[in-house]
Write a protein that binds this ligand. Sequence first.
Ligand SMILES: Nc1ncnc2c1ncn2[C@@H]1O[C@H](COP(=O)(O)OP(=O)(O)OP(=O)(O)O)[C@@H](O)[C@H]1O
Ligand SMILES: CC(C)(CO)[C@@H](O)C(=O)[O-]
Ligand code: BAL
Length: 285
Amino acid sequence: MQTINHLNLLREAVADLRKSGRVALVPTMGALHFGHLTLMREARRHAEHVVASIFVNPRQFAAGEDLDAYPRQLAADQTALESEGVALLWAPTVEEMYPAGFATNVGVSGVSEGYCGAARPGHFDGVATVVLKLFNQVAPDVALFGEKDWQQLAVIRRMARDLDLTSPHVDAIIGVPTVREEDGLARSSRNAYLSAQERVEAASLSRAMRTAAAEIAGGAPIGEALARMEQAVLAGGFASVDYAQVCDADTLVPLATRGTGPARLLAAARIGKARLIDNIDVPLG
Ligand SMILES: Nc1ncnc2c1ncn2[C@@H]1O[C@H](COP(=O)(O)OP(=O)(O)OP(=O)(O)O)[C@@H](O)[C@H]1O
Ligand SMILES: CC(C)(CO)[C@@H](O)C(=O)[O-]
Ligand code: BAL
């Protein structure tokens, strides 16, 4: 596996790969875990060559967030990617991604607003800007993202439709189901912030979400099920719940009552130094 830090070298290397097949892009911020590696494996089912990127994107961290503390472990990540058969790692510096004078911002209205967009001002502009740059830099045939970041996936899909990011750039944005620990906790680089006790308590989020989704599917009023869920998450050891909401799975418009289309329960909650997010399907009753 080649690790590349300069855009001109990236373009040459990707052009070489393209001679012998399709290229899949898997963008990450590093500190790789089994969720990421699942994305790499899935990518290999869609293309002959996998390009992974590792870039801790300053523009998607709001003021006062964990940009400096975010785990960085390039050598271990390289070993893991190599063993997954990744062809090329794109690991630009901040200066390479955002040269002096950089002045463009990509904003996606609607789906970016609310939920994590409300709690993290500017976050999804930062995500959309860097993902559009990554698409232009790599020009992949397909790109893969995790459903763990459901709102992020909705933002990227909206941007791809709106900005005509179709072949030969990106003709497929593929969402990969959330990979979980045995106790249900969604795998996340930020789980590394948890103490041993917080790690045990953190499972209460997905547990309470499963209960709420089942209650709603069984006919319970959404507001009441969410109120019980919040109580359970706080009793389980979380300090606060940023949001807990049932919404239309595609548009993310909040639902007060369960309709007939796909619905998703989205939540974010804080425990210790970590702010964890999760989402699950709300099945039709
Ligand atoms: N548990 C998981 N299952 C499936 N995909 C995942 C999982 N965790 C992360 N991903 C996906 O991997 C890609 C890179 O994510 P990222 O590097 O931010 O990792 P992360 O674990 O989500 O970190 P963070 O703690 O910052 O949320 C994203 O598309 C994300 O949705
Ligand atoms: C998509 C992404 C790599 C953009 O920086 C990031 O938001 C992430 O890791 O989910
Ligand atoms: N996994 C989403 C990236 C972020 O939280 O900034």
